[in-house]
Design a protein around this ligand. Structure first.
Ligand SMILES: [Fe+2]
Ligand SMILES: [Fe+2]
Length: 473
């Protein structure tokens, strides 16, 4: 029997016997999954200075303490209901939002929730080996914070499945613990979440770009006419911000350290690898890889699914209230397509182009992060700049997956691509080099690996050399 206090919640779990029973069955399976597929090592031997959400208000959602990871209190929180909320877009615009799942939308809603839910444990699996090569105790703690919160996001989606989808929902909840990232027989649903994250450069780029896709998916689901989904995702967004912070500042710290090394070499050489640093071209290649993989997550450029989700009020646009037209029945989007070996613009109905509209908003957000990285280069007096590759570059799904493009969006022949892709994406030798820098954990408060600078400040007002991860006495 799990007491409701063990699962911090604001869904009045105590009074819902049916839900409690379903979660009681699922919880030990979740813990088994966590022990098998969660962070390798550190589980029973260490306590981690973690943030736990114990309430949905501003005081309760950020409670800090030392916790053994398997004992983390994964809770269920929904943002406070919005009074008299109405549907903000699509064919039912202006109607009252739904507190139950309408029968006709049961399957697509379940699909949306399962697809979102599947990314949460997937990312924990992708990152599970990183602890043994952490660049500092501060970073190790941040990795685990991201991991436990992705675990909580899985809880959030399973709560919806158990509460609103009956038997099918419970089966889906079990299946979420059975798929495995990168496993050929039972892979995670989306390809990007089956890609290996083998080192900390991957990790920072992942949290910068792939967690940011998560932010945009959550923002779109927060618009949903299905109110419990909207409230659940709104609360998840409060946690997502920290994940992107970890990625953005992680890369900024690497860039800063690289600049220092370049200055120490005083123009004698530009090869920071000779000093054990990470050179800018390699950072750019990892950026190219994770940005393009993350763009794939928004789905096909022209999509009837996206049109249906919008028409039916299931998934809206990011900050729907900013738009003037919430129906988009007659409007068009001008989409670049490849015709006879050339890229040309063609108009498609706006509702079918909504994945691309999401991608536009996401790319704009990424550009702001890039500008912050480039300010680090500028501050150090370097003229080099990092850039986002073109959206057509290195795509695995959608319109642009059928042809190779260079990072500036120029159409290439297959031979060109084969000859040059190592210039733009991490090569085997790049990966080997980065992995060779990260062979053991830096586990001494305040110390940083040679290839990365210190953070500006610690967590929750603690100093940088605070003991964020403690060996169990
Ligand atoms: Fe998440
Ligand atoms: Fe995340």
């Amino acid at each position: 029997m799990i007491s409701s206090e063990k699962i911090p919640n604001n869904v009045n779990l105590k009074s819902d016997r049916r839900l409690q029973r379903a979660l009681e069955r699922w919880q030990p399976r979740f813990v088994d999954w966590w022990k098998e597929m969660g962070p390798a090592g550190f589980q029973d031997t260490h306590r981690v200075y973690l943030r736990t959400a114990i309430g949905a208000d501003s005081k309760g959602w950020a409670h800090f303490d030392y916790v053994r990871m398997p004992e983390y209190r994964w809770g269920i929180f929904l943002a406070e209901p919005e009074k008299d909320r109405t549907i903000g877009f699509g064919d039912f615009e202006g109607d009252e939002v739904w507190q139950e799942v309408p029968g006709e939308f049961r399957n697509p809603l379940r699909r949306l929730i399962v697809t979102q839910g599947d990314t949460e444990p997937a990312s924990v699996e992708q990152q599970r080996l990183l602890g043994s090569s952490c660049p500092s105790m501060y970073d190790l703690r941040n990795l685990f914070q991201v991991n436990v919160e992705e675990g909580r996001h899985l809880w959030a989606m399973v709560y919806l499945l158990h509460s609103y989808f009956g038997r099918d929902g419970r089966d889906e909840g079990d299946a979420l613990l059975e798929r495995r990232s990168g496993n050929e027989d039972k892979p995670r649903i989306l390809t990007t979440f089956n890609e290996p994250v083998t080192n900390w450069l991957d990790f920072y780029m992942f949290t910068m770009f792939t967690d940011r896709d998560g932010k945009y998916q959550l923002l779109a689901l927060a618009e949903s006419a299905f109110d419990p989904l909207s409230r659940t995702t709104r609360f998840m967004l409060t946690e997502e911000a920290h994940h992107m912070f970890v990625g953005e500042t992680g890369i900024a710290r690497i860039v800063s350290r690289t600049c220092e090394m370049l200055k120490e070499m005083d123009g004698v050489s530009e090869d920071v690898r000779s000093k054990g640093g990470i050179d800018l071209p390699t950072i750019q290649k990892y950026l190219n890889r994770w940005f393009s993989l993350s763009l794939d997550l928004f789905g096909g450029e022209v999509s009837s699914n996206a049109a249906n989700y919008f028409a039916n009020g299931l998934k809206g646009r990011v900050k729907e209230e900013k738009y003037d037209d919430h129906k988009e029945t007659d409007s068009v989007y001008s989409m670049e397509q490849v015709r006879d070996g050339r890229v040309v613009s063609e108009e498609v109905p706006m509702r079918n182009a909504l994945n691309e509209v999401h991608r536009d908003a996401y790319i704009g957000d990424c550009e702001k992060g890039l500008a912050r990285w480039n300010r680090v280069l500028e501050k150090h007096g370097f003229s080099d700049r990092l850039y986002l590759p073109h959206r057509r570059f290195n795509r695995q799904t959608g319109l642009y997956a059928e042809h190779p493009f260079d990072p500036w969006g120029k159409l290439l022949t297959d031979d060109d691509w084969k000859a040059r892709s190592d210039e733009w994406l991490p090569s085997e030798s790049d990966r080997k080099y980065i992995n060779s820098l990260q062979v053991e954990a830096v586990f001494e408060p305040g110390r940083m690996a040679n290839w990365i600078g210190p953070p500006r400040r610690g967590i929750n007002g603690r100093p940088i050399d605070f003991e964020y991860v403690r060996v169990e006495e």
